[in-house]
Design a protein around this ligand. Structure first.
Ligand SMILES: Nc1nc2c(ncn2[C@@H]2O[C@H](COP(=O)(O)OP(=O)(O)OP(=O)(O)O)[C@@H](O)[C@H]2O)c(=O)[nH]1
Ligand SMILES: [Mg+2]
Length: 370
């Protein structure tokens, strides 16, 4: 495990803070100390005093190449250099933390390239700032003398970004051809979406008979998985996608466009929601998720909500109330909602009924019995 000093903004809610710790753990960090702060302004996160506190707490990490200060926020280049110069420990922000996790799980060439692209785009302004500082002689010795090395690195990054973009375009074109082939074979598409760790892959495996990895960590699934399957004589393709998290950084939204894009092309959205969590968390995650979908252009496509992990909810009247709440909330913001169905992807409870509803909606027949 790598050691981390965590800098947490005070505005986070309880579950967002738990999400922060979960992400750090998934990325392989042990948090050795925490600094809480209120940003001074949009561009400046830390006051002078806060910076000194950060540096003091980072002291034990000095000299440890793997250790990081993790600023759970957006770290602007100037602020990055302030932190690193004061604390003398390298720092990453929330976006880079998420990219580190993505890198751990990226299997396909496309996923790897997308992560590299997102990382390069994130680093570019930092390198620009390094060039500026080197020219002002404020950053002696950074990446070699005189800033020439930095200049060369900057040019390398720009050309690498262009190369990756071209290769990604080619991969995307191939994916479109694949998608078109599946379509001409007449297969309707069902995209499974939802928050990280909601149980999307577990449901995908159960529906498709696949054995893709599922687990309690965040972002077990990075690139989309497609499998043709059938229910009640109807063949369809089911697609597993990357999970949502709160406030997805814009770099990642773009980089993972192709994964989420599957949802935009699907005939039906299966939104997996973990209903074993606190009521407040469930509704927050639902509205965040619907927001993310809206941003990729999914606004009124038919959607079923799979209220998952009902095996963990023991009080049935509690469950009824939560299901009602989810339905009311989703209906008020998402016109395409076709129902909320309680399931357990783990035990299989309710999955038959869910598939019956899926088949009915895909066939477009009215008056179904499920
Ligand atoms: N008790 C219970 N656990 C479940 C159920 N469905 C999934 N899980 C567990 O929840 C965890 C997350 O499941 P995944 O299927 O990996 O979730 P995911 O949504 O694909 O997660 P990411 O790919 O990381 O976004 C795993 O530990 C599963 O075993 C369920 O119905 N009941
Ligand atoms: Mg998954």
């Amino acid at each position: 495990m790598r050691r981390a000093l965590l800098a947490l903004p005070r505005r986070l809610t309880g579950w967002e803070e738990r999400e922060a710790y979960a992400l750090l753990e998934t990325a392989g960090y042990t948090v050795v100390d925490v600094v809480r702060y209120r940003p001074v302004s949009r561009s400046r996160l830390f006051s002078k005093a806060k910076l000194e506190e950060l540096a003091a707490k980072a002291e034990p990490l000095r000299g440890d190449e793997d250790a990081r200060i993790v600023v759970y926020d957006e770290l602007k280049p100037r602020e990055y250099f302030r932190v690193v110069r004061e604390a003398r420990v390298d720092a990453i922000d929330r976006t880079l933390l998420i990219l580190e996790i993505f890198a751990l799980h990226a299997g396909s060439r496309e996923a790897k390239l997308q992560i590299e692209l997102a990382r390069l785009k994130h680093q570019l302004p930092v390198i620009k700032e390094a060039i500026r500082l080197a020219k002002m002689r404020e950053l002696p010795g950074f990446l070699g003398p005189g800033g020439y090395a930095v200049d060369a690195y900057y040019r390398y990054m720009v050309s690498r970004i262009a190369r990756i973009r071209r290769e990604l375009q080619e991969l995307r074109r191939r994916r479109e051809i694949e998608r078109a082939k599946r379509r001409s074979a007449g297969l309707p598409h069902v995209a499974i979406v939802g928050y990280a760790s909601a149980g999307k892959t577990t449901l995908f495996n159960r529906i498709s008979g696949e054995k893709k990895p599922a687990g309690p960590e965040y972002f077990t699934t990075i690139s989309p998985k497609v499998k043709a399957t059938s229910f009640d004589g109807l063949r369809f393709a089911v697609v597993d996608t990357v999970g949502f998290i709160s406030r997805i950084p814009p770099e990642i939204i773009e980089a993972f466009h192709s994964t989420l894009e599957e949802a935009a092309y699907a005939d039906l959205i299966l939104y997996v929601l973990d209903v074993s969590e606190d009521e407040y968390v469930i509704t927050e995650k639902l509205s965040e998720g619907l927001d993310t979908l809206r941003r990729i252009g999914v606004v009124d496509k038919p959607m079923l909500i799979a209220a998952n992990k009902v095996d963990l909810v023991h009080d049935r009247s509690d469950l009824e109330r939560i299901l009602g709440l989810i339905e009311a909330m989703a209906e008020s913001v998402y016109p395409g909602l076709q129902g909320v169905i309680p399931v357990s992807a783990a035990t299989g409870e309710g999955v038959g009924r869910l598939l019956c509803r899926v088949a009915t909606l895909l066939r477009g027949t009215a008056g179904s019995t499920c």
